[in-house]
Design a protein around this ligand. Sequence first.
Ligand code: HEC
Ligand code: HEC
Length: 141
Amino acid sequence: MGIAAWADGEQQTRQVPLLPAYQQECAACHMAYPPAYLPAESWRRLMHTLPTHFGSDASLDTATAAAVSDWLGSHAGTYKRVREAPPENRITRTRWFIKKHDEVPAATWARPAIKSAANCSACHPQAEKGDFNEHRIRIPR
Ligand code: HEC
Ligand code: HEC
């Protein structure tokens, strides 16, 4: 099950197919994060600050930005635990993320094979498919 399912505490088997422009433009430096992991407000803010995106320039042309922004907005998380906009528009700063990962020691995040909590696929090998199931977690040494 994906996060939408986890966050809502319900089974959900269907994964949202990614908008091709989102996959192409937003998965160059990191994975294409599932849209349901942030509320619409966070996606909106993030899409308005792309030239200063976490120290990178992730600018898009106006038409592409509008299309990606609309798509993210309409697939954003609406579940109770996702609705609150986190600091820095980071999934990794949401309450549900911190709670779910509270057993991961600080030193683990810093391992060379992981580097950042934002590097989901380091520990969730099926993350690109939207699969974060706890049974498939592998934490690299
Ligand atoms: C030029 C590289 C680059 C591109 C292109 C890019 N990003 Fe990022 N993004 C980053 C970096 C660097 C970070 C910070 C990663 C970290 O903290 O380890 C980041 C972080 C994020 C985060 C927060 C991750 C967390 O900590 O929860 C989100 C959400 C995000 N990007 C969405 C997007 C979206 C949407 C797009 C497409 C419009 C995009 N990114 C395109 C470089 C990029
Ligand atoms: C250092 C390895 C690591 C990284 C990196 C990581 N996770 Fe996790 N993740 C875990 C562990 C460990 C758990 C706890 C599993 C459990 O509850 O037993 C977990 C749990 C989860 C869960 C709940 C799964 C379930 O079945 O209950 C979700 C959703 C999740 N992570 C999403 C993410 C996302 C999104 C990212 C990137 C933004 C990420 N994780 C990055 C290790 C990691």
